[in-house]
Design a protein around this ligand. Structure first.
Ligand SMILES: *[C@@H]1O[C@H](CO)[C@@H](O)[C@H](O)[C@H]1NC(C)=O
Ligand SMILES: *[C@@H]1O[C@H](CO)[C@@H](O)[C@H](O)[C@H]1NC(C)=O
Length: 328
């Protein structure tokens, strides 16, 4: 997992029964707030990994500098890294010659948890070194359970060839592409597959969002297939009028072109009446959108579920519950 390359924070939670042996990077391992913990973390990981049974490495609240680390297995039991603090990457490129910042290898039954932050310092690096940049291309996120309270997985501009498979997400905001269109020179998003995923009690299910009054850009070839939703507020949503707290000119259309999108075999329950919303830009409508076999039930007294389509003319096939594009 190359955390530096993805401007995201994803935390994995798991339920453990037996009490783990806890290792704190402070104290005997010599970690200190506001200092570099590359060595303490490396050492504590080695000891925790060599401990039979469950073990847990804790990084307490506070800010720490962290150089490239390899956290390797195989370990003698399930292992958890709980990060409560903020880990800040060095603000220079040299560590990318390692190919990663925080790297887990050959670790089975890994849990990454806590409310902490991996701050890859991406913006500072990308601004200075156009060219040999770390990529985030070709990332697979597979067989994971993610519960953050925020986006489970958030993809941004320049992400290409991303596979998200067998991920269970929730609680949180769901799986999101965007927001796009806020900054200059955003690279297109091309090639995202989200398959065999579960979204449980999330605010959104699968979402593509772009800012109104945006700079030009594109997102294409995004496919969502075999997704189960339970009690999700916006199960299927393209939102090109995304404007939280009125911080943008909502009446000016988005200039991000969305195309080649499919939603296929999506079933479960919606927490709100509007289970499917495809709200595209009225300047650059969405193109080649397909919706196939949608079965999303809404239990509320103001039901049944509806769907809304603006500036999009999707190809519709298979079961459609709610009926496709009930509202224009
Ligand atoms: C995580 O939560 C603890 C309190 O539980 C807080 O002290 C700490 O600052 C939080 N960490 C971050 C990165 O927000
Ligand atoms: C459904 O989700 C809402 C919040 O989105 C939550 O308040 C409610 O408890 C959830 N219902 C169930 C049965 O989990």
């Amino acid at each position: 997992m190359n955390i530096a390359a993805l401007p995201i924070l994803f935390l994995l939670a798991s339920v453990a029964n037996a009490k783990p042996v806890v290792f704190n990077i402070l104290k005997k391992y010599g970690g200190k707030v506001n200092e570099d913990i590359t060595l303490p973390l490396t050492n504590v990981w080695k000891d925790a990994c060599a401990t039979p049974g469950q073990s847990k490495v804790v990084v307490p609240a506070g800010t720490y500098r962290l150089g490239p680390v390899q956290l390797n297995g195989p370990c003698k039991g399930p292992i958890e890294l709980k990060v409560r603090g903020t880990l800040v990457a060095p603000g220079y490129l040299s560590f990318f010659k390692w190919g990663s910042w925080v790297r887990f290898e050959r670790v089975d039954q890994l849990t990454l948890s806590g409310n902490g932050t991996f701050d890859g310092q991406g913006k500072s690096i990308w601004g200075k070194y156009n060219g040999a940049l770390p990529i985030s291309t070709g990332i697979n996120i597979i067989d994971s359970k993610i519960g953050t309270g925020d986006d489970c997985i958030s993809l941004g501009d320049g992400n290409r060839d991303i596979l998200i498979q067998k991920v269970t997400c929730g609680p949180g905001h769901g799986i999101s592409i965007g927001s796009l269109g806020k900054y200059e020179n955003e690279e297109p998003v091309v090639g995202v597959k989200v398959v065999y995923c579960n979204l449980i009690n999330t605010m959104n299910g699968v979402r593509i969002k772009t800012w109104p009054a945006s700079l030009p850009g594109a997102a294409s070839n995004m496919h969502f297939e075999n997704i189960y939703m339970r009690n999700v507020s916006n199960p299927v949503i393209i939102d090109q009028v995304y404007c939280p707290w009125n911080q943008c000119k909502a009446q000016i259309p988005s200039k991000i072109k969305i195309s080649q999108v499919s939603f296929k075999n999506i079933r479960g329950t919606s927490q709100t009446k509007e289970a499917v919303k495809l709200l595209c830009s009225n300047e650059i409508p969405c193109e080649n959108v397909e919706i196939t076999n949608i079965d999303l039930a809404y239990q509320g007294s103001d039901g049944p579920a509806t769907s809304q389509c603006t500036n999009v003319n999707p190809t519709i096939s298979g079961k459609q519950n709610p009926p496709a594009c009930t509202l224009k």
